[in-house]
Structure formats: structure tokens, C-alpha cells
Design a protein around this ligand. Structure first.
Ligand code: AMP
Ligand code: GLY
Length: 424
């Protein structure tokens, strides 16, 4: 089977690495990919949102399955685009329809969905320019901190946690009246702050059956001890030590099953991954967010922990036969640690030569922001590498990732040495 994988981050290198191991895979293309994906298949210079170029390519190359890494093309409707063209309709697209992708693409849609299907989530209200004054009143009624969320996609930056009423009102005004996050903040969800501990659960679904993948906890802040600015994620661990069987049972009964049933009831086509961003408050679980794709860097440990053939699972999913699949999970703990460019998540330089990659033997190095530059692999983003390792426990897995990172070098290299610190 010929596969096209869309995306260019560490998540896509992990997908490419896993897919390339499948006996079912005869050829793997990655668009646009990075220096890491180039080791698993052939990179193609096509952007993930260029549906016309993707269409031409898959027809020319007789690609049979398109696996979509990032959210953008999903929210932009790549699934529906394929379905609408007779020549493309038989090609499997792994990802939800545009309507399904709204679970991530619109916070207001996601909140309405959760309320409609009685899925536990923070109390909220939504506001636009039309009812901004009501928004100020609503804020006054809340106990700080107050959470504001731009409705649309805002590259992970659209959530603000405001310490008091006046800042919340000021931010609400800036989001709506001054387009602080562009069109994404024309509508704003204001919600109750939940105090608890976060973790993530991932499922594969064909719209009927679902299969649960390894859970994970990511570390979003740039600084050790969870300090400083938010990032796309500086590392993560799996499994999450406090996520007991009992807690997973609650997640399944209160969150996963109602979500799958809700999609069915609402006639939303969904054949892909669902990422549940969850928070445990006391003994109860709430949904913080949905994503319509796998996480990055979560994928860099979730897929290594999947021992069975992912492509076989995806093929079954595309055929509506996911129910028959058994996903085999590695019991060992895994960790991934992101190696970033100095200055990230603010300004940083690109094009720094990366050395020592070939010296790493005890860990898996997934490329996130890299490219081939003639004879060298150079940095090409804020998050440069995700270095994943297994261990008998979290401590050993993180220690192995950190030791591997010590062998790698580039100017401005930065990483958090304390991933999984609460559990070590
Ligand atoms: P999101 O983009 O929705 O994942 O939000 C980004 C981050 O903001 C989450 O990972 C949480 O740490 C935090 N957050 C979002 N909503 C809430 C909430 N209602 N209560 C507390 N923290 C929240
Ligand atoms: N690591 C968080 C995300 O992928 O959204």
C-alpha cells in the first residue's frame, strides 16, 4: 500500500518511523516532512493545505491512504475534499470530516457538543461583539482566575488565564474588539478555572468502535519546574502514574463513550484520532479540550509503545472494521524530551548544524524542526528534536533521553532536564 503522510514535525517523524515498519507499506511519502522523515520515506515538497497539489500527487502516484498529522488541513476540510471528488473518494483519509475537526477548530462548538452530550467540562458562556457587555457581567460573576479561549485555531496561543476580573475584561475586549488572535477571537469562550492535574488520552475511532492508545502527560512550560512561557510541549511521559485502571474506567464511561455516541447522534463523520485533554479535579475527570489529531510530542512516545502494526489498524479503521483490531501495548514506561532552539518559544535562530545524532544508540531521535542542508542536518524550527526512550519506570526513561541529548549538540541547544519530575 502506498501512503502519503501530511506534516513536518516530530509527530510526523514518529508516524513515518512506525508506518515504514509495516509489511503493508510498499511506499511512504511525506509532505513536506523533515530531515528525519526523509530517513523513513520520500519527502515531497507540497504544503499540507495545498489540496490541489495533494490531489494531483496522490492520483499520479496511486496513493491509497492519506494520514493527516496536523489539525489545519483537517479543519480546512481535507476529508470532505477527498470525498467530493470521484477520483479521490476511494482513497482513505485518516482524520475526521471538517465537522468533526470542529471539536478542535471551534472551542464554542466543542463546548456545545459536550453540554449536549453530558460530557463533564468547565461551566462556560460564549461572547462576540454582539454581547460583549454581557461578557463583562459574566466575568464579574466568576471567581478568579478566569479562563478566556479564542474560539478558533490560534496556534496553541489562544487560551488566557487571567488572575483578576479587570484583566479578564481587558483581555476579552482586546480579543473581540482588537482581534488579538485575528478572526479566531471574534468569538470567545469564557470558562470556569479548574484546579487539578492534567493528562491526555488518545483514541482511534472509525466512528463506531474505538481503541484506546497509551495515555500521556506533557510538560508545556519552557522552564524547569513548570515555569515560564507556554510552548507546544517540552516533553512527555507515558503511562501517567496517577492514571489508574479505575480512573481510566471513568474516562471511558463519562468521556470516551459519550463522545463517540455523540458523534454518531450528531451524524458527524469521524475516522481518525481523538485527543482528549483531561484534568482530574479531586476524583473527577473533566475535558479541557479536544484535538482532532495526535499530540506532538505525545506521538513520539505513544507510537513507540504501540507494539502492533499501526498501518493494519488504520487500514481496518478506514474500512469500518476497527472493532476487530487488537492494539498491543508495550508495558514499559516511555519518555520523550524536546531539544529546542535557544530563545524558543520567542525568537530563535535557524540553520545551526546538529552534531552527534549518530552517537545516540539507547534512545530514538525523532526530528521535529530539522532539514537537510547539503552535507549537514541543520535546525529549522523552535522544537528541533524529540528524544524518546524506554525504561523500567519514568525515572529511567527520562534519564536515558537526557543522556542521549548530552551526545547531541548545536548552537543554542536547550532542553528541560526535569521531565516527569513529580513522578521520579
Ligand atoms: P487548551 O488550548 O484548551 O488546551 O488550553 C491550554 C491550557 O490552558 C490547558 O492545557 C490548561 O493547562 C489550561 N486550561 C484551559 N482551560 C482551563 C480551565 N478551564 N481550567 C484550568 N486550566 C485550563
Ligand atoms: N502537545 C500538545 C498538543 O499536541 O496539542
Amino acid at each position: 500500500m502506498k501512503i502519503l503522510l501530511l506534516g513536518s514535525g516530530g509527530r510526523e517523524h514518529a508516524f513515518a518511523w512506525k508506518i515504514a515498519q509495516s509489511a503493508m507499506c510498499s511506499k511512504l511519502f511525506i509532505a513536506p516532512g523533515n530531515a528525519g522523515t526523509a530517513q523513513c520515506g520520500e519527502n515531497i515538497a507540497i504544503g499540507v493545505n495545498d489540496f490541489g497539489a495533494i490531489e494531483k500527487f496522490v492520483l499520479e502516484q496511486q496513493v491509497e491512504m492519506v494520514i493527516v498529522g496536523p489539525e489545519d488541513p483537517l479543519v480546512n476540510g481535507i476529508y470532505d475534499y477527498f470525498l467530493s471528488k470521484p477520483a479521490l473518494a476511494k482513497i482513505a483519509v485518516i482524520g475526521p470530516s471538517a465537522k468533526g475537526a470542529l471539536l478542535e477548530g471551534s472551542k464554542a462548538f466543542a463546548k456545545q457538543f459536550m453540554v449536549r452530550h453530558q460530557i463533564p467540562t468547565a461551566a462556560y458562556a460564549e461572547f462576540t461583539a454582539e454581547n460583549l457587555e454581557d461578557g463583562f457581567d459574566f466575568i464579574d460573576e466568576q471567581t478568579p482566575p478566569i479562563v478566556l479561549k479564542a474560539d478558533g485555531l490560534a496556534a496553541g496561543k489562544g487560551v488566557l488565564i487571567c488572575p483578576d476580573h479587570s484583566e479578564a475584561k481587558q483581555e476579552l475586549r482586546e480579543m473581540i474588539e482588537q482581534s488579538k488572535f485575528g478572526k479566531a477571537s471574534d468569538r470567545v469562550v469564557v470558562e470556569q478555572f479548574l484546579k487539578g492535574i492534567e493528562f491526555s488520552v488518545f483514541v482511534l475511532t472509525d466512528g463506531m468502535a474505538y481503541k484506546i492508545l497509551p495515555n500521556a502527560k506533557d510538560y508545556k512550560r519552557i522552564g524547569e519546574g513548570d515555569t515560564g512561557l507556554n510552548t507546544g510541549g517540552m516533553g512527555c511521559i507515558s503511562p501517567v502514574p496517577f492514571v489508574t485502571e479505575e480512573l481510566m474506567k471513568q474516562v471511558e464511561e463519562r468521556v470516551i463513550i459519550p463522545t463517540i455516541e455523540g458523534l454518531k447522534q450528531d451524524e458527524i463523520v469521524y475516522k481518525g484520532f481523538i485527543y482528549f485533554g483531561l484534568i482530574k479535579v479531586g476524583e473527577d475527570v473533566f475535558v479541557i479540550e479536544y484535538n482532532c489529531r495526535m499530540g506532538d510530542p505525545e506521538t513520539e512516545i505513544v507510537l513507540p509503545r504501540v507494539k502492533s502494526d499501526l498501518l493494519t489498524h488504520l487500514d481496518a479503521l478506514a474500512k469500518g472494521k476497527l472493532q476487530d483490531e487488537t492494539i498491543v501495548i508495550d508495558d514499559r514506561a516511555a519518555a520523550t524530551v524536546i531539544v529546542a532552539s535557544g530563545g524558543y518559544p520567542e525568537n530563535y535562530e535557524k540553520g545551526k548544524v546538529i552534531s552527534g545524532l549518530e552517537e545516540v544508540t539507547e534512545a530514538m531521535v525523532f526530528h521535529a524542526g530539522t532539514k537537510n542542508d547539503g552535507d549537514h542536518i541543520v535546525t529549522n524550527g523552535g522544537r528541533v528534536l524529540a528524544v524518546s526512550a524506554f525504561g523500567s519506570g519514568i525515572h529511567e526513561a527520562v534519564a536515558k533521553s537526557n543522556a542521549a541529548i548530552e551526545k547531541i549538540d548545536f548552537e543554542g541547544k536547550y532542553f528541560r532536564k526535569d521531565i516527569g519530575y513529580e513522578f521520579r
